[in-house]
Structure formats: C-alpha cells, structure tokens
Design a protein around this ligand. Structure first.
Ligand code: RB5
Length: 146
C-alpha cells in the first residue's frame, strides 16, 4: 500500500519507527525531517492532499496529540481523519468510518503500542452496509457525492 506519512517535531521519532516497522508498505514522507520545532499544518496539508488526490491510498499523521493533525486533515475534501488512542478505536475507525487518515499522539502513546494501532488500522476493512450510508452523508456535506 502507498501511504502518505507526516509529522511535526513531536511525532518525528514515531514516524521513523512506523516507516521502518512496515517494510511491506511504501511510505511517501512529507516531513518533518528533524526534531526542530515546526508547525504541524505545514506537513499535514501536503500529506492529506496526497490521499485526497489518490497519490496515496492512506495517510498517517503524527503530532504531540494527533489533534492538530486531524483538524488540518479534515479540512480537505475526501479526508476522513481519526485520532486513535488505542487499537479498538483504530479498528472501528476503519470498519465504521472508512477513515483514510490515521492521526496519532506521539507524546501520549508508547512506540510499541503505536505500532499495534497502525497494524490494526492498516489491516482492517470498511464494513459498508449501514456505515456506507453514513459515509455517503459525510460526502454529501462535502459536496462530493459519488
Ligand atoms: C507541538 O508542541 C504540539 O502543539 C503539536 O505537536 C500538536 O500536539 C498539536 O496538536
């Protein structure tokens, strides 16, 4: 799978761990590239756009809380970004919401557990059915009904 990945300084370490833990996936890295303080919208935006434009199938965004990244990503039409603090939320964000961007809290989750969350999120399918109706309503709000 081609995955757009991005972080700010608070998510830099976890971004590296995710990239090296999943060699079966191709990561497009939109930065940041050091622990120097930077502004999360600057990396969240191009990564989210890559997913919205179909250049990547999914996105993973990491900042201190995951919240700033999710706020930015959800401004982009076609993005359904979810902050997931555990593997159950990651699974449900895929099954029920067809989340195409996973946002992680680099300052609040241990690296080994974040990798479990990512693995769960990457391997869980959307359930469709009644959930498709709800996702379609989100698309209707965005004006991109298909
Ligand atoms: C950076 O200090 C922090 O504000 C950022 O990583 C993120 O948590 C914002 O939502």
């Amino acid at each position: 799978m081609i995955i757009a990945i991005a972080s700010d300084h608070a998510g830099f370490e976890l971004k590296g761990a995710i990239k090296s833990h999943f060699p079966e996936h191709e990561f497009q890295d939109y930065g940041t590239y050091s622990v120097d303080a930077m502004d999360y919208p600057d990396t969240a935006l191009p990564a989210a756009r890559a997913v919205a434009e179909g250049k990547a199938e999914r996105g993973i965004l990491i900042c201190g809380t995951g919240i700033g990244m999710s706020i930015v990503a959800n401004k982009i039409k076609g993005i359904r970004a979810a902050v997931c603090m555990n593997a159950d939320l990651a699974r449900l964000s895929r099954m029920h919401n067809d989340a195409n961007v996973l946002c992680l809290a680099g300052r609040f989750i241990a690296v080994h557990y974040a990798l479990v969350i990512v693995n769960t999120w990457l391997t869980t399918s959307f359930e469709g059915g009644r959930h498709q109706i709800r996702v379609d309503k989100i698309k209707e709000i965005e004006g991109e009904r298909q």
